[in-house]
Design a protein around this ligand. Structure first.
Ligand code: BG6
Length: 325
């Protein structure tokens, strides 16, 4: 018989016995859910590779999703994290190659493939406790899997890999665009995150001060922000190009307390959008109509100009949304 002193410690240290993240598919295979042993979860529709839910360990939802959002693949999802590619907003006029595409492109309305999951473990730098587990989900979209219509509207061979990494207090979403064509192409990418807030009138946003921005609701659009934090008191639709580019973190606070910290990798712009009353009323898939009080879009993107990719080249951009303690 093995001595008792050896037995429990040897078993407890066996990594294979630790609880692992779970990844499950819906019965119709239209969505993937990942859950950490500590209770955090993320749910992703293959339609658009759209994240439609991100919950913390207590089950509190971090993203806003319209109760009228179409989740059946008939329309881009109103809420969660839709993916914008290869054009942001209404496309520019002909002869630009994106000119016939729909607003925000086709990535959010195409069916992606689930490529697989991986898990990793990181030991906290300080303090006691078990290692943090994280789970990464990979999704792919390439020219061959586009609808015939989208292929004809944007005639380039490309490959997209979208990776979501869920850890106990962060969600990272990262997009890699590869040019598989034999000619260069221009594209824009943006991660259209709808953050859930308790009350927009208590929200302030730091990290956008002293920044040039385009105000899509003003003419001329070119503006520069002042020194104070941004508050939302009316329809807001701005494209910030923060002074230090992707290294400027954006923090969303409620009643002065940080709720979300958004950091970026290689995404020089941040769009801040809230439709407020009138615009929300005009959107059939925006419900409840006063839902604008509970959401704020903070959208990291590379949309200030066009990313030109030569054949074989790749562009990678990412956001990490952290939940402060
Ligand atoms: C934002 C744009 O990113 O998305 C806004 O800056 C736009 O101009 C909003 O209204 C929502 O777009 P859509 O196509 O999802 O209604």
């Amino acid at each position: 018989m093995v001595g008792r002193a050896n037995k429990p410690s040897a078993l407890a240290a066996t990594p294979g016995l630790a609880p692992q993240p779970t990844v499950t598919f819906s019965p119709d295979n239209s969505r993937v859910t990942a859950e950490l042993p500590t209770g955090e979860s993320v749910e992703v529709l293959l339609y658009g590779a759209t994240v439609i839910s991100w919950k913390d360990s207590k089950g509190d939802e971090k993203l806003w999703l319209s109760s009228a959002a179409k989740l059946d693949g008939t329309k881009a999802v109103r809420g969660g994290i839709p993916l914008v590619f290869p054009v942001f907003g209404p496309p520019p006029p002909a002869p630009h190659p994106t000119s016939t595409l729909p607003q925000h492109g086709f990535a959010r309305t195409s069916v992606w493939e689930f490529l697989g999951k991986s898990t990793s473990e990181s030991t906290p730098a300080t303090g006691e406790g078990a290692a943090d587990l994280s789970v990464k989900l990979d999704f792919g979209l390439s020219t061959a899997s586009l609808s015939a219509e989208a292929q004809s509207l944007w005639p380039y061979k490309f490959n997209l890999i979208y990776s979501l990494t869920l850890s106990p207090s962060t969600l990272t979403t990262s997009l890699v665009v590869t040019n598989d064509d034999d000619k260069p192409f221009d594209s824009q990418v943006l991660l259209h995150t709808y953050l859930r807030v308790n009350d927009i009138t208590s929200v302030s946003i730091s990290g956008l001060s002293n920044s040039p921005y385009l105000d899509k609701l003003l003419s001329p659009q070119a503006q520069t922000s002042g020194t104070s934090d941004l508050t939302i008191t009316a329809e807001t639709d701005r494209v910030y190009s923060t002074p230090n580019g992707a290294s400027d973190a954006v923090t969303v606070l409620e009643n002065g307390k940080p709720r979300f910290v958004v950091t970026r990798d290689n995404l020089a712009q941040v769009v801040v959008w809230n439709p407020w009353t009138e615009k929300a009323s005009g959107m059939g898939d925006f419900e409840p109509k006063d839902g604008y009080k509970n959401m704020l879009c903070v959208e990291p993107g590379a949309v200030g100009t066009w990313q030109t990719l030569e054949p074989g080249d790749a562009f990678e951009g990412a956001q990490t949304i952290s939940i402060p303690n």
